[in-house]
Design a protein around this ligand. Structure first.
Ligand SMILES: NC(=O)c1ccc[n+]([C@@H]2O[C@H](COP(=O)([O-])OP(=O)(O)OC[C@H]3O[C@@H](n4cnc5c(N)ncnc54)[C@H](O)[C@@H]3O)[C@@H](O)[C@H]2O)c1
Length: 349
């Protein structure tokens, strides 16, 4: 058995979803893109139907699941319509661009009992999984570093055609783009953040963040120092390719370190993880791949929808990241430490 899928938004991320659906042997039966030429050309390639009105795709009773691959400002509108239409949803990250939207989506998912997964595909990489599996060997986790620097080309800041650097369309800068992934990995491996103190620097002449430093207090008692930004440093980073991401946790028994790679090259690049333990006085290294985390994400999404199981990366996970980003903005604006309450589960209908 396999499912019929619709893709809403046929830009750069959609190509990764399409590759994943092909490998998972799910059928992409319709593409919706507001730009007719894009919709038409992708549909020709996939031999499927197309529309410029995503509402038409959602009305198609043959479609069980949709990928929401539109720009960030449309996630809420499109995901909400997909939920109302009774489709299973794979929503690209970040889930939304405001706390109100994140809260409303969360409530809708629970009310409609929708299968809703958020596209934090980095979790699927074997190096990320190995990093999480190693953590008990550190003893109690006391301190950590979470870093996310990407070699964003300077010219893109002022490209008027890009939705990436306009707050109303993207929700923010590096914090919402690359930063959201690292914050999801943080929650996934270490648990909830209970308080945040952040300093967000805005890029001059724009309304989005440029670089952010924050102290995150975790529910397990540890402290994480977070840094995130865009600098055009083309040869810096662990692989000297401009990508400088790090997730490092430290306890009395050892240190675990994860080095992710460029997001869009999963079929050629290999993230790595390292574990130092005091018991061995040595460091072991884990590298596997290249491994296509998009294909793994989509295979898992398809299988869970087919088998009527719960999603792996839930609306609550998406909500926690969105809320933490908004808390960083607020903390910086008010120059205050912001406390985050545990989130309540909505009662199932
Ligand atoms: N998981 C990741 O690592 C990752 C990486 C890149 C992008 N993304 C996310 O994927 C989403 C899309 O990013 P992208 O890089 O593909 O953007 P993009 O600009 O390349 O593509 C977006 C597409 O959506 C279409 N579109 C716009 N309005 C629409 C509407 N009303 N109905 C239907 N289609 C519409 C555009 O015409 C365009 O083809 C964003 O949310 C982004 O954050 C995730």
């Amino acid at each position: 058995m396999s499912i019929n899928v619709g893709i809403i938004g046929g830009g750069s991320i959609a190509t990764h979803h399409i590759r994943g659906y092909r490998q998972a042997e799910a059928r992409v039966v319709m593409i919706a893109d507001a730009d007719e030429a894009i919709a038409r050309s992708l549909a020709a390639e996939l031999q499927c139907r197309w529309t410029a009105e995503y509402g038409e795709l959602l009305e198609n009773p043959d479609i069980q699941a949709v990928s929401v691959c539109v720009p960030n400002w449309l996630h809420y509108e499109v995901a909400a319509a997909a939920i109302q239409a009774g489709k299973a949803v794979l929503c690209e990250k970040p889930m939304s661009i405001s706390l109100e939207q994140a809260e409303a989506l969360r409530q809708m998912v629970y009310e409609h009992n929708t299968f809703f997964q958020v596209g934090y595909m980095k979790r699927y990489h074997p190096a990320m999984q190995r990093f999480c599996e190693w953590l008990p060997q550190l003893g109690s986790i006391e301190m950590g570093l979470l870093r996310c620097y990407q070699p964003f080309p300077n010219w893109l800041w002022t490209d008027p055609t890009s939705w990436f650097t306009q707050k109303r369309l993207s929700g923010g800068g590096p914090l919402v783009h690359g930063g959201s992934h690292m914050l999801d990995l943080l929650h996934w491996c270490l648990g909830d953040v209970v308080a945040v103190s952040a300093r967000v620097h805005m890029k001059a002449d724009t309304d989005v963040d440029w670089h952010t430093g924050a102290m995150l207090e975790m529910a397990n008692g540890s402290t994480i120092l977070f840094e995130c930004g865009w600098f055009e440093h083309s040869n810096h980073g662990p692989k000297q390719d401009g990508w400088d991401e790090l997730y490092q946790l430290r306890g009395p028994e050892g240190v675990a370190t994860l080095y992710p790679s460029f997001w869009d090259r999963p079929t050629t690049l290999v993230p790595t993880a390292e574990l130092y333990t005091e018991a061995t006085h040595s460091t072991q290294r884990f590298a596997e791949g290249p491994f296509d985390y998009f294909a793994a994400e989509i295979a898992d999404f398809v299988e869970r929808v087919e088998q009527n199981r719960d999603p792996s990366i839930t609306v609550d996970a998406g909500y926690k990241v969105d809320r933490l980003i908004q808390a960083m903005y607020l903390s910086s604006e008010r120059q205050q430490r912001i406390v985050l309450d545990p989130i309540d589960r909505y009662p199932m209908p």
